[in-house]
Design a protein around this ligand. Structure first.
Ligand SMILES: Cc1cc2nc3c(=O)[nH]c(=O)nc-3n(C[C@H](O)[C@H](O)[C@H](O)COP(=O)(O)OP(=O)(O)OC[C@H]3O[C@@H](n4cnc5c(N)ncnc54)[C@H](O)[C@@H]3O)c2cc1C
Ligand SMILES: NC(=O)c1ccc[n+]([C@@H]2O[C@H](COP(=O)([O-])OP(=O)(O)OC[C@H]3O[C@@H](n4cnc5c(N)ncnc54)[C@H](OP(=O)(O)O)[C@@H]3O)[C@@H](O)[C@H]2O)c1
Length: 512
């Protein structure tokens, strides 16, 4: 009997690897017995992860992983940024969960509740892992990472008077640390929590701050444990479930909604203090609460300096996070540590997180297009410093934007010097709040579409850094629009063109 195996048409909007996987999947379906895993198809040799694209929405990512093993479906639920914030990459975090080595489903910070909820649903449907008992992986998943103490040299404000923002140029001294980096890498640091918040939590617990507690194999006073070891800003699902254990039906239902991030939950994204204040009768034993909280994760910052231009130093561009939630002022842990609590000369535990695909082209002749509004400017200051210091002959084009030119033009003097000395071939600025209608970097890209397209045809590499949730998606759409308008493509072909740029490592993103 002859089998007809369907194949994707050449014009279908998939990368070669996606096409190979899907064709293999069809072949597996047609040729094998019902329910056979597509592993029988010619997939294994070149396993690619078609869902591994942060521009895709969660349902689309899950659909692309449908029929794959559990670890791959779990991977598709991650934010696909490979940001390293959780201590893993998307693939290794998913594999650790599937294999039973990692029990926490709440580590993907950029994926938020949407990711943790999906992971929980996938795990609920999965058979229990056959391997060893579930243990917390702690920091063991980043073996070989050199953690050293760098000396804080300052965090100068980059915004001018009248700005709504507080962005800092942070400098650390790396001399003698053994840490080194390349442009494109990120810098990780271990911050501590605001002592006022720690004290408020201890008061709500009715505990003694000096009590020596055991936590993750060590002992320390409760105050230090809460300040340095545990994440009290994002209480884990396990902590909420611990509170539910002793709760009456109505408190249990309310906590369930909070855990699941339901729209009608009584608290949205509470921190530990919110929970303790809202449920004053629920006080499980302290050691159980400490055991249920997640470890405080290090925070990552895109490196804003070239080591060639600043030997022995690393520079960062940090936006200080302050906002109000559930009626209380909130301070981002690490950004306020950098922008407020550190004193010059303080030592901070740090590491270098090497870039996963965010590198200047090997060929210095290649043109480079950089799109980095807000703190997204960070790696591009480093790129421009590096291109100047190494006398790379390729052209450089920067798109920068922020709220107002007068107070939010970060690194203005340096950028103008890059222009004046010829390092920066073209600069397009988008100050969103200097006029009645918003103007964003993607508007500038579209307006310069013909030249953008000409640079792409000359082999330009395109880089995007900054906000993942809105900006990077809109910039991605603008890139497709430029391909459609300038390259005469329909929407599917433009999508495929951008996917090809990604596969060729000519479209790289460092978004968060
Ligand atoms: C690879 C990578 C590179 C990064 N590079 C940079 C960089 O160059 N510069 C930079 O500033 N940051 C960068 N970040 C982000 C950085 O790591 C931290 O997440 C950021 O500084 C906030 O950390 P925090 O500890 O101060 O805040 P946290 O205590 O972690 O609180 C942040 C959380 O607060 C909430 N939140 C923040 N703002 C608001 C708001 N306005 N309203 C309501 N809720 C809000 C969000 O839930 C957010 O997740 C990068 C992240 C990654 C993964
Ligand atoms: N996950 C975290 O913990 C964390 C921490 C810090 C920052 N962030 C994110 O990282 C981003 C960077 O913050 P930032 O202060 O450097 O800059 P930002 O808030 O991204 O603002 C920079 C510029 O981008 C504009 N902008 C807003 N929406 C846009 C869109 N859809 N497309 C293009 N541009 C857009 C802003 O305009 P308007 O403001 O006028 O609209 C502003 O002019 C923030 O958006 C924040 O969400 C995340």
């Amino acid at each position: 009997m002859t089998h007809f195996t369907p194949k994707l048409p050449d014009e279908a909007p998939f990368t070669p690897a996606q096409r190979a996987w899907l064709n293999g999947f069809f072949a597996g379906l047609m040729g094998g017995e019902a329910g056979a895993a597509p592993a029988a198809a010619p997939v294994a040799a070149e396993e690619d992860f078609p869902w591994h694209d942060s521009a895709l929405e969660l349902p689309e990512r899950l659909a692309l992983a449908e029929g794959r093993p559990l670890a791959r479906r779990l991977m598709a639920a991650m934010a696909q940024l490979d940001c390293g914030q959780c201590g893993y990459l998307c693939q290794s975090y998913a594999e650790a969960i599937a294999g039973g080595a990692e029990s926490s489903l709440g580590k993907c910070v950029p994926g938020g509740k949407e990711t943790s909820k999906t992971l929980r649903a996938l795990m609920a449907d999965a058979p229990a892992p056959a391997s060893a008992p579930i243990v917390r992986a702690e920091a063991a998943h980043a073996p070989g990472r050199l953690i050293a103490e760098a000396v804080f040299k300052g965090a100068a404000p980059l915004n001018g008077e009248g700005s709504a923002k507080d962005t800092r140029h942070v400098v650390f001294d790396l001399v003698g640390t053994g840490l080194d980096y390349r442009v494109g890498d990120a810098f990780g640091l271990y911050a501590s929590v605001d002592p006022a918040l720690v004290d408020a939590v201890i008061a709500a617990l009715g505990a003694d701050p000096d009590r020596i507690v055991e936590c993750r194999g060590g002992t320390a006073p409760l105050r230090d444990t809460l300040a340095r070891k545990l994440d009290i800003a994002r209480p884990s699902d396990a902590l909420i479930e611990l509170l539910m254990r002793d709760a009456d039906a109505s408190a249990r239902a309310a906590l369930g909604k909070i855990r699941d991030g339901e729209k009608d939950a009584p608290l949205a994204d509470p921190d530990l203090l919110d929970l303790l204040l809202a449920f004053p009768t629920l006080r499980p034993p302290l050691d159980e609460m400490l055991g249920a909280l997640e470890e405080l994760q290090p925070r990552l910052y895109s490196i804003a300096s070239s080591p060639v231009a600043h030997p022995g130093e690393v520079h960062l561009t940090a936006g200080v996070v302050r906002f109000e939630r559930n009626g209380r002022a909130r301070l981002g842990v690490a950004s306020n540590f950098l922008g407020g609590r550190l004193a010059v000369g303080d030592r901070v535990r740090c590491f270098v997180q090497p870039a996963h695909g965010f590198r200047l082209p090997d060929d210095p002749q290649r043109p480079v297009i950089m799109i980095g509004p807000g703190t997204g400017i960070a790696p591009f200051r480093a790129f421009l410093e590096e291109r100047r210091a190494t006398k790379a002959p390729g052209k450089n084009w920067l798109f920068f934007g922020d709220q107002r030119a007068a107070c939010d033009f970060l690194y203005r003097d340096e950028i103008e010097t890059f222009q004046a000395d010829g390092t920066l071939t073209r600069l397009d600025l988008a100050f969103s709040r200097d006029q009645a209608e918003k103007i964003y970097v993607q508007d500038r890209m579209r307006a310069a579409g013909a030249e953008f397209w000409a640079w792409l045809r000359e082999g330009a590499h395109v880089y995007v850094c900054g906000d993942a949730s809105r900006m990077a998606r809109d910039v991605d759409a603008a890139l497709r629009d430029i391909a459609a308008a300038q390259g005469g493509m329909d929407a599917a072909a433009a999508k495929s063109f951008v996917q090809r740029l990604t596969a060729d490592r000519r479209y790289q993103r460092d978004v968060y």
